[in-house]
Design a protein around this ligand. Structure first.
Ligand SMILES: [Zn+2]
Length: 94
């Protein structure tokens, strides 16, 4: 029974990976829907704009963040909540 279970598990995993890989490829192929200006991130540590292909990126609790320098990333990584709360507190657009 255990052998069958793991076989089924791998079959499902493979299926999901195929679907995912294919979907990701198709999205890349279309080249994003008409956004020619590059997306920018705000460095939560120093509030600088960081291009999507520059600086250092990390994901915290499913949210992508980017940092202008590695030291900003390290500051954030040491105490993420501090910078996230700061950002939310100051920003009253939401
Ligand atoms: Zn920075």
């Amino acid at each position: 029974m255990e052998g069958l279970g793991s076989l089924l598990f791998f079959a499902i995993l493979f299926f999901v990976m195929m679907r995912w890989g294919c979907g990701a490829h198709m999205m890349h192929g279309h080249g994003g829907h008409g956004s020619h200006n590059k997306k920018k991130y705000i460095d939560p540590v120093c509030d600088m704009e960081v291009d999507v292909d520059k600086g250092y990126g990390m994901t915290h609790q499913g949210e992508p963040y980017r940092f202008c320098t590695r030291s900003c990333l390290e500051k954030f990584d040491a105490d993420p909540e501090r910078f996230i709360n700061k950002k939310v507190g100051e920003n009253h657009e939401m």
